[in-house]
Design a binder for this molecule. Sequence first.
Ligand SMILES: C[S@@+](CC[C@H](N)C(=O)[O-])C[C@H]1O[C@@H](n2cnc3c(N)ncnc32)[C@H](O)[C@@H]1O
Length: 334
Amino acid sequence: MSTAAKVTIHSSQFPENVRRDLLESLRTRRVNHKFHYDSVKQTQKWLALHQIYSPTRNDADCAAIYEKGFAAAAEKIKTKQIHVIGLGCGGGQKDTRLLKLLKRRGREVFYTPCDVSTAMVLVARKTALAIVPEKNCFPFVCDLVTAGDLQKMAGPRCRAASDDRQVVPATTRLITFFGMIPNFEPERILPKLASLIHKNDFLLFSANLAPGKNYVTGVKQILPQYDNDLTRDWLMTFLLDLGVEKKDGELRFAIEDGGFDLKRVAAQFCFSRARQIKVDDECFKFRRGESIRLFFSYRYTPERAQTILAGYGLKVCGQWIAKSGEEGVFLCRL
Ligand SMILES: C[S@@+](CC[C@H](N)C(=O)[O-])C[C@H]1O[C@@H](n2cnc3c(N)ncnc32)[C@H](O)[C@@H]1O
């Protein structure tokens, strides 16, 4: 592996645009969740807590539903070459398992790890290079929500990911969207996602689910997966780095109603004393009793996921649900 990596950075993650999004988060008191993956420190904290709490890491049956989804996609795709595009790739562990399976089945694999965080993209690249040759890997940093021209950039030849020396062949694209949907308002991200899927593409999508027959009880059951020390420490990093102190208030987790008949776990920091946050020349005043939402995570059911995806033209052609009922993998097409 070379000691330098070539990473394409979309303007949606240029400093002036990141600053605009940060100011908006502070103004609206609703933190864009991308700010929890911004720094190397946050990336490391998230990867550590993911290692402990993610069912895909500590529940063999949950890992198996991904393997089944990967095998089904490999079965359906007949081309020799496959381009895996990992949207919100994180550390790239799931994408790399997919790439491994495809390679084992004799395919030539190409990989675009795509994430808002440069650190995550670099971690995903490193993980994938155990399977994918360096010349076939095209790291791409962008904000999937605010990048207006992704359709053009992530077209069949994926211009964002290629240059004169590195050309991605026009081949079948297998797009992954793992663990992403819980943290976005569906109506903001799903039109974007649907617009990136072309008629010959395949989409592997995973969602966190509420276990059991009773949706409300199921959401209550998974609350401890969020309300724990590692998650608190990871989420608080955003505020502490802006000069807030732990004793300025309290981080509270609760279940709230969202759109589409969905419920979500939300984390709010409630100020017990006044605090000012300064970003360059902008000053944000938080009074005692005020709060700022740091995070939310929607919980789906397989039926809700299918209905909501269908509303954006995405048809589920295969689904695998963990025995725990807490996670599902869906293979989708237009
Ligand atoms: C919960 S993690 C999922 C990571 C990985 N797909 C997995 O399943 O392990 C969410 C990922 O989405 C990325 N992300 C958050 N907001 C984003 C945005 N607006 N555009 C692109 N990526 C984003 C984060 O940096 C993070 O890596």
